[in-house]
Design a protein around this ligand. Structure first.
Ligand code: PRP
Length: 209
């Protein structure tokens, strides 16, 4: 008998887009887009149950098996390195992890570089690869104001349209890595629901433009 698959979706704009891919792939659950405060939705007939969770929490739900599968950004996978299978690049939610700084800023390699970021591991790994001494300043948001206020020299952050950088007179200096949304699976769930999860991967991959 077909088993129900539990899917953790990232709340917000990306999540809605991703759900539309699931819907087009034949795993619809129309109630999900209703404006209610409900967070769990199920379509018994399609053997699918969705949860809306905070984007940065998707990997935790999947790694611990509270969700069988989920969708999260490659940035989160690179930062938290969860023990999950990464099964598919959904080719949406595309952006880039960049180093950015004030337009007039020039690097002085003799000095320790102060880096403000939400992604300390990604930043550390990047600068280790360049053998550059850095001081990480971990922030939780509005990273762009750190160099303006003299809290840091540069930032390591996600750039999508570049609007936030432009509005704050910052510019990109170096690219670290391309980011997009990934379909991930819990390792033990994959063992017990291989067919169901493979069917989702197959049908979703047909929806990738
Ligand atoms: C993200 C990121 C940038 C912005 C980039 O922030 O940290 O600030 O989006 O997008 P853009 O290039 O299209 O302007 P988010 O909206 O997640 O808010 P945050 O300040 O809480 O990190």
């Amino acid at each position: 008998m077909k088993q129900i698959v539990n899917v953790a979706l990232p709340k917000g704009r990306l999540g809605k887009k991703v759900y539309q891919m699931f819907e087009a792939a034949g795993f619809e659950c129309p109630e999900l887009l209703s404006e209610s405060r409900k967070l769990i939705f199920e379509n018994e007939e399609k053997c699918i149950r969705y949860f809306w969770v905070k984007p940065s929490d998707v990997a935790i739900y999947v790694e611990r098996g509270a969700a069988d599968v989920g969708v999260c950004g490659k940035d989160i996978l690179l930062e938290s390195e969860p023990d999950v299978y990464e099964l598919l690049d959904l080719d949406c939610g595309k952006c880039r992890m960049m180093v950015a700084a004030p337009e007039k800023w020039r690097d002085d390699p003799a000095r320790t570089l102060r880096v403000a970021t939400k992604f300390p591991k990604i930043a550390r790994r990047y600068y280790e690869g360049k053998s550059r001494d850095i001081d990480i300043i971990k922030l939780n948001g509005s990273i762009e104001i750190a160099p303006i206020l003299g809290l840091s020299d540069v930032i390591v952050d996600i750039v999508e349209t570049g609007n936030t950088l432009r509005a704050n007179h910052l510019e990109t200096k170096e690219e670290i890595v391309d980011i997009s949304a990934r379909f991930i699976a819990c390792k033990s769930a994959y063992k017990f629901k291989t067919e169901e999860i493979q069917e989702i991967v197959q049908k979703l991959s047909e929806e990738i433009k």
